[in-house]
Design a protein around this ligand. Sequence first.
Ligand code: ADQ
Length: 491
Amino acid sequence: RRLLATELHDQEIIVVSNREPYLHERDGDRIVVRRPASGLVTAIEPVMRACSGTWIAHGSGSADRESVDDHDRVRVPPGEEDYTLRRLWLTEDEEQGYYYGFANEGVWPLCHAAHVRPVFRESDWRRYRAVNRRFAEAVVVEARSEDPVVLMQDYHFALLPAMLRELLPRATIITFWHIPWPSPESFGICPWSQELLRGMLGSTILGFHTKHHCRNFMETVDRQLEARIEHEHDTISHEGKETLIESYPISIEWPSPEVCAAWPAAKLCRERVFARFGLRSDARLAAGVDRFDYTKGILERLHAVERMLEKYPEWTGRFGFVQIAAPTRSALEEYRAFQARIESVTERINTRFGREDYRPVHLVAEHHDQDALIELYRAADACVVTSLHDGMNLVSKEFVAARDDERGVLVLSRYAGAAREMTEALIVNPYHVEETADALQRAITMPAEEQRVRMASLRDTVREYNVYRWAGRMLSDAARVRVRERIADRV
Ligand code: ADQ
C-alpha cells in the first residue's frame, strides 16, 4: 500500500466504473450507506483509499437521486473521506439500454461460456454508445490536468477509451476487463464486435486477469481488424496508437494483524452459524457466497450437494450447505428465472433429505455485510466456488484470507481465473456432478494436517499477490509507458 502511494505521488487518478462503491439509501428519515456486493468494488476501493483521486460511477442509491444535480460529488468513505465520488445519474431509458440491455444481456453472456445466449438490440447499442460518451465527457469535466491516469473498469465501457483518447489525447488510459475474454469465434457473433475492439484499443494499457484472456483478445483483433500484433512485446498497434495487452490477476486487500485480531474466534463463529441454521454440533458445514448470477454455477453446486447426500448417506442430518446469494440484475427475466429455479431445487433437496428438525440446504438470498461474510467463512469446513466461467473470483480469496486458523478447504472451479493461482484448492469441473460431489466429501473429511498445509500455501499466495500488487503492477507499467511517450514527444 505504501509502495502504491509512492508510485502515485502527484499523479492525478480518475476511476470510471458502472457501479459506485457506496450506495446512499433512504431508511425512513435516515440515510444509510451500504457497500454493494461487487468484486470490482472490493478490489478498487482499497486502491482509491490509498491514493485519493476521483471515482466516477453511475449513481444508483435511492436516497438522493431527486435532490442532486448532474455534478453531484461526495467525499467517501463516510467518516474518512479519502476520495471524491462523482455520480452520474442515468435516465431509466439509458439504464435499460446501456446497463441491462447491451452490457448485461449482450456483452456479459457473450464473454462468459455459460451457455446463455446473448441478446443484441440496436436500441440498446445506441444507448450504450451514448452513455459511454456521457462518461467520457464527465472524465473531461473532472480532470484537473490534460494527462491524468484514467482507470476504466469493465465491459460497461468498451467504447470509452477511444472516445476519451479523442478528448484527452495525452491521458494515460488503463482499461481493466474484469470478465473473461472469449475465443475469436464466440466474440465474432456480436454485430458490433469491430466497434468494441476499436473502442478498447483507445487504451494505453488493456488488462485482463489471465494470459489466456490476453491471447484470446489478441487473436480476436487479429481476425477482425487491420492491426499490427507484436506477441513478443504483448502490444497491438492500431491507427497509429500502441496498446499494451497484459495480464494482471486481481486480488483482495490482505487483512492487517489489527483487522484479524478484531475477528471473533473461529470457534465462536462456528457456534453462531451452527445455531442460526440449526446444525448439530458434530455436523459439517459447506458454504457458497455469490451474486445470484447464472455464471456462478449455483445450480451445479446444488446438484453436487444432492449427489453427495445420495452417495454418502451417513451425512444426512450431519451436513449443512449454506448458500448466501446477493440478488443482482433482478430487472432481467433471465436472472429472475434463475433465482426461481435455484429456490425450487433447494426445496426439492430439502424435501428429499430433510426431516422435521433438519434441512440440508439453506438458501439466503440477501446481501450480507462484511462481518457476516467473515463469520460464515470462518465457520465453514469448506467453501465451494463452482463458477461455470469467472474472470477471477474473489470469494475464493476472501475465504482463504479469513482463515488465519489454517483450517477449511476450498473447492474451486477450474473455469475461474483464480484456479490458475490457487492450485492447492480441490479443483473441479463444475459440470461434472460426480467429481464435485466427491470433492465435497473429500473436503469435509480432510485430515487437519492436510487442511493446514493446503491452507497455509494458499494464504501465502493471496497475501503476496494482493490487490496492491495488482494495481501497483498496472500503474508502474503505465508510468513506464508515460515516460516513453514523453521522450518520444520531445524528439
Ligand atoms: P463478481 O462477478 O461480482 O466480480 P467476485 O469476484 O466473486 O464476482 O466478487 C463478488 C464480491 O461480492 C465479493 O467481494 C463477495 O464477497 C461479494 N458478495 C458476493 N455475494 C455477497 C453477498 N450475498 N453479500 C455481500 N457480499 C457478497 C467480477 C468478475 C470476477 C472478478 C471480479 C473482480 O465476474 O470474475 O473476480 O469482478 O475483478
